[in-house]
Design a protein around this ligand. Structure first.
Ligand code: DGJ
Length: 742
C-alpha cells in the first residue's frame, strides 16, 4: 500500500510504501527526493528528522536555493543522486549533453499511483495483478536541460519487496548520452552497526559461493564486465549487519533482473551513511538518446528482512516463483530427465541414445536430453556452432525417427542448443563472417574455440529463430537446454554507427531477450533450461524465460553442497537443475554413494547425467526409488519454505566444514523434509540438528523411525542424529527425514 502525506519540514509529499511487513519511506525536500527509511515496518510517522546532518561548509557544498543551513546534497540521503551538483558519492545518473557538460540536478515534478505493476516492454520483469501490488511513479526534471527521469516503485502487498526501475527521457532538441544509470539507489543514513556486503562469487564449477565482506569507508562492490551476468559474481548482494544470521538481524537483498554487465555497490561516506546501488555496469556503456527517446533500466528488486538471511531468501524464492517465472512450466511438475553429456560427451549416435533411453524408461525417468554434438560436424568443441542441422552420420534419418522411438518408450525428448555462438569453423561463419561480434582491424579472441554472434542484429536473430524453430518443429521436442559457453570480447557491431558502439553490450542483452521472447511465444509448451558452462548466467532475467537453470558443471555431490546452498540465497529450489552423476565424479574424482548423490540432487529440479547402461541392478533399483521419492516430495521441495540449517563452511561442535543440512516446510507447516549430509566424518561423531519453520505447538512423526517429536523440541533442542545413519557415519553419507504433523 502507498500512503502519501505532507511532511512537517516543508509541507512537500512524504511517501510511505508498505510492502508485506516492511516499510520504504522517502520524501520531497525543496524538490529533492530524499530517502528516509527501508526496513521492517514503521508507523506512519514523519521521519524527516532523520535528514538533519551537518558537515563543514568548505567540503560539503550547499544548493543555492535551499534556506536550511545544514542541508547539503553531499550528506543528504537520496533516492536518485545525480552527477555534478554537489553530491560527490557514486551517482545514479550521469548524462552528457550536446555541449559536453554533465552537471545535472533532478527536482520533483509530480507523482502518480498506478494499480498493480505496469508492464516493462522488451525486458524481463516481475509481474503483479492490481490486487497484488501498488506502484508509485515519481517524475523528476533537470531545470537546466529539461531532462526527465521517472522513478517507478512497486510495493508488493504480500511480500516485503520493493521493485524499482528508472526511465530517462530526453525532451530536448539535441541528442544526449547517458553514461551511467542505476536501476535503484538508496541511502541508509542510520545504519548503526558494523555492516557487511553478502554476495555470491564464483567461477566455472564453483558458482555462487557465499562471501561476507565488511564495508569500509569507500566502495565495496560486485560487478560483471563480461557481457553476461557471469559465474564470477551474481547480480545480487545483501546489506547485512555483522551480527546478522540465518534467523536474526537485518538483511536487505538487492537483485538486478538483468543478464548482462552489472554493478551492485555499497558506498560508505564519512558520516556513516551507506549508499546501496544496483544497475548496468558503466565501464563500456554510453547510450545515445535522440530527442524524444526514453531509456528504461532493468529492474532492481529489494527483499527486506529484519529476521535474518533465511527470510530474505524465502522472500526472493516466492517472488521469482510466483511473479517472475512464466509459462506452463513455472509451477508445473518438471519431468525427471537423463542428460547424455557426462554419459557420452560428443561420442554418441541414435543407438547409444536409445540404449540409455530404454534403461531410463525402465527406471521411471521421464525425459532424455540429447546434449552437445548432434549437429554440423561437431565431434569435439572446435566446430559447427551456428550450423543447426542434424548430423545424419550420428542420427540417421534426422531427429524425427529418433524422437519417435524415444517417445514410443514413454519418454519425452529434449535437445541442446548454444544459439548465441558461432564457430570460426562452420558453414555459418564462412557465409557471414560479419555476424560475429568483432572490432575492425583487431583479431577476435577465442574461448572454447568459438566466437560470439552479434545479437544486436535483427538478421542474426531472424536466422537463429528460423533455424531453431525448424529443428523444434521437425520432431516432438519438449525441452531445450539453452547454453552459453563464453563471454564477450572485442564487442563491436558491423551495423551500428560509431556514436552507438557504446550501446553494444546492452543491445546484445536486449537482442537475446528478443530471441528468447520469440522462441517462448512460438513454442509455449516448451520447457526451457538455462545454462552457461554450468551456472554462469544464473540470474532472474534468464529465469523469466527458463524456469530452471543448470546449476553448475561440477556435479560432485560434496561440491554441490556449497553451490546449491549458495544458490538458495536468492533462487528457489525449483530453479536449480541438479543431476546424479557418475562416481568417481568426472570433475573431482571423488567417490560418493549413489544414495547421497540422490539426496543432494533432490535439492532441485532432479535428473541424471550418467550412462545408465553401465549401472548395476541395485543402482537401477535405487533410481526407481529416488524417482518415486522425487514425485512424492515434489510439492514440498519446490513449493515449500526453504531453510538453510548448516552451511558447509559453518563450525559445528568445534569443527568446520564437516556437515551441511537444509529443509523445506510446507506452507501450512504440516510436513517437512530434512536433509543432513556428513562431508567429512570424525571419530565418535556427535550430530545434533535444530530444525526450523515448524509449528512449535504441533507434534511431528518422522517417517523412517516412526518417532514422534514436539515442534518446539525439534526446533529448540534439536534431533539427535548421532546414530541416524544405518551403516554409521562416513565421509559423504547422508540421511533424508520426512516429518508429518500428527
Ligand atoms: C556446458 C554445459 O554446462 C554442459 O552441461 C554441456 O552442455 C556442455 N556445455 C556441452 O558443450
Amino acid at each position: 500500500m502507498i500512503h502519501i502525506s505532507s511532511h512537517s519540514l516543508t509541507g512537500e509529499p512524504l511517501f510511505h510504501l508498505r510492502a508485506g511487513d516492511a516499510s520504504y519511506v522517502f520524501c520531497v525536500f525543496h524538490g529533492y527526493l530524499l530517502h528516509l527509511y527501508c526496513g521492517p515496518a514503521v508507523g506512519e510517522d514523519d521521519l524527516t528528522a532523520l535528514l538533519v546532518k551537518v558537515g563543514h561548509d568548505s567540503v560539503v557544498p550547499r544548493p543555492a536555493d535551499t534556506p536550511e543551513g545544514w542541508f547539503s546534497l553531499d550528506i543528504a540521503p537520496q533516492e536518485f543522486p545525480v552527477y555534478g551538483t554537489g553530491d560527490y558519492r557514486p551517482s545514479a545518473l550521469m548524462v552528457r549533453r550536446a555541449d559536453g557538460s554533465a552537471a545535472t540536478s533532478l527536482r520533483y515534478v509530480s507523482h502518480e499511483v498506478l494499480p498493480g505493476k505496469p508492464v516493462l516492454d522488451h525486458q524481463p520483469a516481475t509481474f503483479a495483478a492490481p490486487d497484488e501490488a501498488d506502484t508509485l511513479a515519481v517524475t523528476l526534471r533537470d531545470p537546466g536541460s529539461g531532462f526527465v527521469v521517472r522513478l517507478y516503485y512497486t510495493a508488493m502487498r504480500a511480500l516485503p519487496v520493493i521493485i524499482r526501475r528508472a526511465a530517462a527521457e530526453n525532451p530536448s532538441d539535441n541528442p544526449v548520452t547517458v553514461e551511467r544509470i542505476a536501476s535503484a539507489s538508496l541511502d541508509f543514513a542510520t545504519w548503526m552497526e558494523p555492516a557487511e556486503l553478502l554476495h555470491l562469487w564464483g567461477t566455472w564449477g564453483r558458482e555462487r559461493t557465499i562471501e561476507r565482506t565488511p564495508l569500509a569507508h569507500g566502495t565495496v562492490s560486485v560487478s560483471s564486465r563480461r557481457g553476461a551476468s557471469s559465474h564470477h559474481h551474481n547480480p545480487f548482494a545483501a546489506l547485512v549487519a555483522q551480527s546478522t544470521t540465518e534467523t536474526a538481524g537485518p538483511a536487505i537483498g538487492l537483485s538486478l533482473v538483468y543478464a548482462g554487465n552489472f554493478e551492485i555497490a555499497a558506498d560508505t561516506d564519512p558520516f556513516g551513511s551507506i549508499r546501496f546501488q544496483a544497475g548496468i555496469e558503466s565501464t563500456d556503456f554510453a547510450w545515445r538518446l535522440d530527442p524524444g527517446e526514453t531509456f528504461v533500466t532493468p529492474e532492481a528488486v529489494l527483499a527486506i528482512s529484519g529476521e535474518g538471511l533465511g527470510k530474505m531468501s524465502r522472500t526472493f524464492h516466492r517472488l521469482w516463483r510466483e511473479h517472475l517465472c512464466r509459462g506452463e512450466w513455472a509451477e508445473r511438475e518438471r519431468p525427471v530427465l537423463v542428460n547424455n553429456w557426462e554419459a557420452t560427451y560428443f561420442k554418441f549416435d541414435s543407438e547409444k541414445l536409445l540404449a540409455i533411453a530404454k534403461d531410463a524408461a525402465a527406471c521411471g525417468i521421464e525425459m532424455l536430453v540429447m546434449d552437445d554434438g548432434w549437429f554440423g560436424t561437431r565431434n569435439d568443441d572446435r566446430s559447427s556452432l551456428g550450423d543447426w542441422f542434424v548430423n545424419e552420420e550420428k542420427l540417421p534419418g534426422g531427429l524425427a525417427p529418433l524422437v519417435e522411438r524415444i517417445n514410443a518408450l514413454g519418454l519425452k525428448f529434449g535437445i541442446w542448443f548454444e544459439p548465441e555462438m558461432i564457430s570460426p569453423v562452420s558453414k555459418l561463419f564462412d557465409a557471414h563472417p560479419d555476424w560475429a561480434l568483432g572490432t575492425v582491424g583487431r583479431d577476435r579472441s577465442v574461448a572454447r574455440s568459438q566466437y560470439v554472434l552479434d545479437m544486436t542484429r535483427p538478421d542474426v536473430r531472424d536466422y537463429l529463430f528460423d533455424t531453431i524453430s525448424g529443428v523444434l518443429s521437425s520432431a516432438n521436442i519438449e525441452y531445450v537446454k539453452w547454453d552459453f559457453n563464453r563471454n564477450l570480447t572485442e564487442a563491436a557491431s558491423a551495423t551500428l554507427p560509431p556514436e552507438r558502439q557504446g550501446e553494444i553490450l546492452h543491445r546484445y542483452v536486449l537482442g537475446l531477450y528478443d530471441l528468447l521472447d520469440r522462441i517462448t511465444a512460438a513454442f509455449p509448451h516448451l520447457l526451457l533450461e538455462g545454462c552457461s558452462s554450468g551456472g554462469g548466467r544464473f540470474d532472474p532475467a534468464m529465469l523469466y524465460y527458463a524456469p530452471q537453470y543448470w546449476t553448475s558443471d561440477d556435479t560432485d555431490a560434496m561440491e554441490r553442497l556449497d553451490i546449491q546452498l549458495g544458490t538458495t540465497m536468492v533462487y528457489p529450489c525449483s530453479s536449480m537443475s541438479c543431476h546424479v552423476s557418475a562416481s568417481p565424479n568426472h570433475q573431482t574424482r571423488r567417490v560418493t554413494s549413489f544414495e547421497t548423490r540422490g539426496h543432494v540432487a533432490m535439492g532441485g529440479a532432479f535428473g541424471y547425467e550418467l550412462d545408465l547402461t553401465t549401472l548395476t541392478d541395485e543402482e537401477k533399483a535405487l533410481i526407481r526409488h529416488q524417482v518415486a521419492d522425487y514425485h512424492r516430495f515434489y510439492a514440498l521441495i519446490n513449493r515449500g519454505d526453504f531453510y538453510r540449517l548448516i552451511l558447509p563452511g559453518d563450525t559445528v561442535n568445534g569443527k568446520t566444514g564437516r556437515c551441511a543440512a537444509w529443509m523445506t516446510v510446507s506452507e501450512d507447516r504440516s510436513e517437512a523434509l530434512v536433509t543432513f549430509v556428513v562431508i567429512r566424518a570424525s571419530i565418535h561423531p556427535v550430530y545434533f540438528l535444530r530444525l526450523a519453520g515448524l509449528d512449535p505447538d504441533a507434534r511431528y512423526q518422522e517417517e523412517s523411525t516412526g518417532a514422534v517429536y514436539g515442534g518446539s523440541t525439534l526446533m529448540n533442542a534439536g534431533i539427535n542424529l548421532t546414530a541416524a545413519h544405518k551403516g554409521g557415519w562416513t565421509d559423504g553419507s547422508s540421511v533424508v527425514m520426512h516429518f508429518m504433523r500428527v
